[in-house]
Design a protein around this ligand. Structure first.
Ligand SMILES: *[C@@H]1O[C@H](CO)[C@@H](O)[C@H](O)[C@H]1NC(C)=O
Ligand SMILES: *[C@@H]1O[C@H](CO)[C@@H](O)[C@H](O)[C@H]1NC(C)=O
Length: 557
């Protein structure tokens, strides 16, 4: 795996070398020479075709503006060099090689996707240039990649919050649905572990290809529907999730008895899902996402951000600022702090490899001396009042913030509580006293479940594919305190009351899974002292008899 990756990179470097040869033939602009203020070149690699890429781009521009506006005149200027990776791993790798080899950037922000970052952090390690990436896959670790700084929370950091939510409702089995990609599968080991710790089983894993068509999604959903588990944890990005939930609704799975939990990648980016899809197909869904305090700074920033977005992307519909944009702002601000610390000394160029014969080798990239200093300064850094909240990087990794738990109702989400490692689930955040909507000292605020139900799903159902358990009830005069059957003359709805019915309902209630049932009354007119149950049994399905006997025993014994 490693060696094939290197091979691939070498071919790329040869390719980029040819391009850069032509690049160097062009006249050099004069402005670099006359400028006496020291500058640091920083690479930015984003997928500018994606909304998240654009959101981060605007935040990076604003963070650099703010740095330059407040820094002293002699402070080092940060010169950004933006490359679009076009949602492609090879483009991202080639952008990184160009930035390192030809621009000699001293740090790179990005790329945004985990698969792209995998290549680029290898280069960072070799050239000794910090790669500050919001990649969320826990398969990329800062331990194995000393020059990787994760400026976003890995998807694994929410798994305990999700497990706590599952435990809160006593669900013993869940189905995990995730995207077929390193990003998607990255969460699975941690999520499975977190659930095992609370003795909940992942009964099935459903892997959805990002290129799956609607029919394939629908047939997968019908398969899930025949299973017993009714709790689904969905780890899909907005584009795929939107199609997924439309189909889940079509399959009748956004109804009473089902529970859905979405991970932060969707909860944080809910703005990018059409409101019509949310209203029609995502009602009652629960979600977790990093909690961002709504400070005055954030409100002001959001206004500025929107203005800048319109300026940079005048032809686009406005996209909402999200947590990735805030992390990008805080990440660049931390980088600027690190640059400031290095001071106004002349920035050394990359140290070239001694052996000039191996120009096509990775070694030809040389190594940065400044990169290690920046890395050292950024590895443990904190912004007390970051836009995203308490932005703290420890040993190269952004530290978890509280998670917010939300419930989707109507077009939007409603906050129903928080989770922190220390305090678990609560509807009041102890650190700042922030409370969820309708927090009445309970663990979580009021929840509307799919099917507009207010009762928490049991999470488990006998797979009856819509059939209900038919329970026969003798409908006869007398003994009404034990069993009384009433049939609504208009709706034909059967209501059964009395001691025996209560016992039966209690037993059903106390089962760990939901067992849908219906009462089927049988009129018994003659022989009031010994009702003829044989007749009754004859008409019923055999599976029902045991419940009949149950009722009979409680009647006479
Ligand atoms: C995820 O799993 C890895 C490997 O077991 C572990 O090192 C890491 O601490 C886990 N992360 C979380 C947030 O639990
Ligand atoms: C927000 O902006 C207003 C007006 O632009 C300004 O007066 C105020 O001080 C700002 N607040 C914060 C917290 O930055």
């Amino acid at each position: 795996m490693r060696s094939s990756k290197c091979h691939f990179l070498i071919v790329l470097i040869q390719f980029v070398s040819i391009i850069s040869f032509y690049h160097h033939m062009m006249p050099i602009k004069g402005e670099d020479n006359k400028n006496s203020v020291a500058k640091v070149d920083v690479g930015i690699i984003l997928d500018l075709e994606t909304d998240v890429g654009k959101v981060m781009h605007i935040s990076i521009l604003l963070a650099l503006d703010d740095y330059h506006a407040t820094a002293s005149r002699s402070a080092i200027r940060i010169i950004p060099h933006l490359r679009d990776s076009k949602k492609d791993d090879v483009e991202a790798a080639s952008a990184a090689i160009y930035l390192l080899k030809d621009v000699q950037v001293q740090a790179i922000f990005g790329p945004q996707m985990s698969a792209q970052t995998d290549f680029v952090i290898d280069l960072g390690n070799r050239v000794k240039v910090p790669i500050i990436s919001p990649a969320t896959s826990p398969l990329l670790t800062v331990k194995e990649n000393p020059f990787f700084i994760r400026a976003a929370l890995p998807s694994s950091s929410q798994t305990k919050a999700i497990a706590a939510l599952v435990k809160n409702f006593d669900w013993r089995e869940v189905v995990v649905i995730y995207e077929d990609s390193p990003y998607g599968s990255g969460i699975v080991p941690n999520l499975t572990d977190a659930l095992l710790e609370i003795s909940t089983l992942v009964s099935y894993r459903s892997v959805i290809s990002p290129s799956a068509n609607d029919d394939q999604i629908l047939s997968e959903l019908y398969k899930l529907k025949t299973m017993q588990t009714r709790v689904f944890i969905v780890h899909l990005r907005p584009l795929l999730a939107k199609r997924f939930f439309l189909k889940a609704n079509k399959a009748g799975m956004m109804s009473d008895g089902y529970a859905w939990i979405i991970t932060d990648v969707l909860t944080s980016l809910l703005d990018s899902v059409d409101p019509s899809v949310i209203e029609s197909s995502m009602q009652g869904v629960l979600g977790v996402k990093p909690y961002v305090p709504r400070t005055n700074e954030l409100i002001n920033y959001t206004k500025r951000w929107r203005g800048r977005f319109r300026q940079e992307y005048p032809d686009m519909d406005i996209v909402e600022l999200n947590v990735f944009g805030l992390w990008a702002y805080d990440g660049i601000t931390s980088l600027a702090k690190a640059v400031e610390k290095v001071g106004g000394t002349a920035i050394p160029k990359f140290k070239k490899a001694d052996n000039r014969e191996y120009l096509t080798d990775l070694d030809a990239l040389g190594t940065s001396e400044l990169g290690s200093l920046l890395l050292h300064s950024m590895q443990n850094t904190a912004l007390k009042t970051g836009l995203s909240g308490d932005f703290r990087i420890v040993d190269g990794e952004l530290q978890p913030s509280p998670y917010q738990i939300v419930n989707i109702i109507g077009k939007a989400e409603r906050s129903i509580g928080f989770w922190t490692e220390r305090d678990g689930i609560s509807c009041k955040l102890k650190t700042n006293g922030k409370t969820a909507t309708k927090c009445n000292d309970k663990q979580l605020g009021d929840i509307f479940w799919p099917g507009e139900s207010t009762i928490a799903p049991k999470g488990w159902e006998i797979p009856t594919s819509g059939k209900k358990l038919r329970v026969g009830v003798p409908d006869k005069e007398g003994l009404e305190q034990f069993l009384k059957v009433e049939i609504d003359s208009k709706t034909q709805e059967v209501t059964v009351t009395g001691f025996c019915a209560d016992v039966f309902k209690q037993v059903i209630e106390s089962l760990p899974y939901a067992l849908p049932y219906e009462f089927i009354p049988f009129q018994i007119l003659d022989s009031p002292t010994s009702p003829d149950f044989d007749d009754l049994a004859y008409k019923l399905f055999s599976e029902v008899i045991k419940y009949l006997i149950l009722i009979r025993i409680s009647l006479f014994g």
